[in-house]
Design a protein around this ligand. Structure first.
Ligand code: G3P
Length: 222
C-alpha cells in the first residue's frame, strides 16, 4: 500500500452489509485500479474474510481485541483477522474506544503478526500518545465532525496540522491520516496540503447514491 491512502470504513451501515458490502468493495477496487490510487477498505467484521478473498485491495478490520486465540466468545482476535485475509486493523475508533493499555498490546501483537495497525485519535494529545506506540498509522478524527459532511480538513485544519507535526516529531515513519466529514476531492486536497498522508472516511462513500463517482472525485484530491 503506497501512500497517500484513502481508507473507507464501512462501519455498521446497512448499505455496507453482506452482498452490498461486497458490491461496494468491488467499486472501491475498480476505482483504485482505474485511478492508480491506494484505496483500502474496512468491511464489517462478519464480511471481512469473505470480502478479502474476493478483492485484491487491502482489507482492514474495524476493530481488534488484544487477546490471543482461545476460549473467548464474541471477540475479534488478530490471528483471525490475518487468517481471514485482513492486512491490518483500525484500533480505538471514536465509535469503539479501548483503553490505552489495550491499544498498546494490540499494536504490539499486530506488529508481531505482520499486521498494520491504524490507531484512531480524537485529538492531538491522543495522536501523540498513539504515535508513541509506533503503529503503522495514526488517524486523527474529531468526533464532533464525524458523519456531518463538514470536512475536518476545512472545519478544523489545526487538528490535522498539529497532529502531523506532533506525530512526525515522535516517529516520522508513522503515517498520519485524518478523517471526519470528508466527502469531496477538495476535502482530500486540503488534508494533503495540511501534511496528512491520507484520509479515513465512511458516510460520504457508504451512503452515497453513486459511490463510484464520489470515490473518483476523492481520488482527484490526492
Ligand atoms: O472512520 C471514519 C469516520 O469515523 C469518519 O466518518 O462518516 O464522517 O466519513 P464520516
Amino acid at each position: 500500500m503506497k501512500p497517500p491512502l484513502i481508507v473507507i470504513n464501512f462501519k455498521a451501515y446497512s448499505e455496507s452489509a453482506g452482498e452490498r458490502g461486497l458490491a461496494l468493495a468491488r467499486i472501491c477496487q475498480a476505482v483504485a485500479r482505474e485511478t492508480s490510487t491506494s484505496i483500502a477498505i474496512c468491511p464489517q467484521v462478519q464480511d471481512l474474510s469473505w470480502i478479502a478473498r474476493q478483492v485484491e485491495i487491502p482489507c482492514f478490520a474495524q476493530h481488534a481485541d488484544r487477546f490471543e486465540p482461545g476460549p473467548r466468545t464474541g471477540y475479534t482476535v488478530l490471528e483471525g483477522i490475518k487468517a481471514g485475509g485482513g492486512l491490518g486493523t483500525l484500533l480505538n475508533h471514536s465509535e469503539h474506544h479501548i483503553l490505552l493499555a489495550e491499544v498498546d498490546e494490540a499494536v504490539e501483537r499486530a506488529r508481531s503478526l505482520g499486521l498494520l495497525a491504524i490507531v484512531c485519535a480524537n485529538n492531538t494529545r491522543v495522536s501523540a500518545t498513539a504515535a508513541a506506540l509506533h503503529p503503522y498509522a495514526v488517524a486523527v478524527e474529531p468526533p464532533a465532525l464525524i458523519g456531518t459532511g463538514m470536512a475536518v480538513s476545512k472545519a478544523d485544519p489545526e487538528i490535522v496540522s498539529t497532529s502531523v507535526e506532533t506525530v512526525k516529531g515522535i516517529d516520522e515513519k508513522v503515517l498520519v491520516l485524518c478523517g471526519a466529514g470528508i466527502t469531496t476531492g477538495e476535502d482530500v486536497r486540503a488534508a494533503i496540503e495540511l501534511g496528512a498522508e491520507g484520509v479515513l472516511l465512511a458516510s460520504g462513500v457508504v451512503k452515497a447514491k453513486n459511490p463510484g463517482a464520489v470515490l473518483r472525485d476523492l481520488t482527484s484530491g490526492l
